[in-house]
Design a protein. Sequence first.
Length: 320
Amino acid sequence: MRWGRACPKCGGKRIVRIPDHPGRYASGSNIYTSTFTLMGKVPVIRYVCLACGYVEHWVEEPEQREALAQAFGAGDYRQLRRYVAGCVWLGIAMSALLLALTLPTTRALLKLMGTPEEQMGYAYDYIFIIFIGIPATILYNMGACVLRSLGDSKSPVWFLAIASVINIVLDLLTVCVLGMGVAGAAIATVVSQLGSGVLCVWYMRKHFAVLHMEKDDWRLRKAEALRLLGMGVPVGLQFSITAIGSVMLQSAVNSLGAVCVSGVAVASRSTCCSAARSTRWLWPQPTLPARTSVRANMTASGRVPTPVCCSASSTARYIS
């Protein structure tokens, strides 16, 4: 009826177009791509035959149809693989950049934060090894977000739980048995993070056939990279603001001396353990650009995927 101005049911010519106008007309036909009803609305225009009552619904604007494709799945699995490959390349580049920035400046950063001299050696050994493990943290965050975007939100949690157990066991082994001190604790953290990232990659390769990459999928494309950065950088900056605040607070605590630093560290760990469960469920997951959902018949597990996005920017979350 939109193009022919005639009803396909009765052939009537009395066709009326009802636009989206929440203040005057009912808006029940609109489609919402956000959990907030005032945001992410895609207007659905109705064409009504006044002779027989037949109604057609149209999403008229191309950009609105693109929003629907991103929110509910376009079925473009080749593009999905390209975006995942883009995340991999950006993750590698971000890892190299952060390693180049942090490793040579570790001691200078600790001095800038006013780290007590008697704790400088311990702090340097620990944070230097943690910085070396930046690629492992990026690997897990990226893998977990891809799995969530494919509708599997449980596996990343299980892998994180396994990594926590590995971390505890390695902490006891390296500190209590091998006597490696804070360096051993840092090594245990990095190894456990690497294990969780490897588990994510293994699980994706085994259970999601849509992610079996072809040679052409690995080529870095400017359009995909820019879109990933455009959507991911703001999320990274959001998490960085919290991290910068933590660094400033730690600098203030350092000025109080070694005893206060140790006390605050113990208290903060206790607080993190008690608050972890509530904050994990309340915070939204970071979004991965290039939102692309896949259908259940394309996954080996047969589960219906949830249209969630992943983001390369979530790699910035390792700073805490």
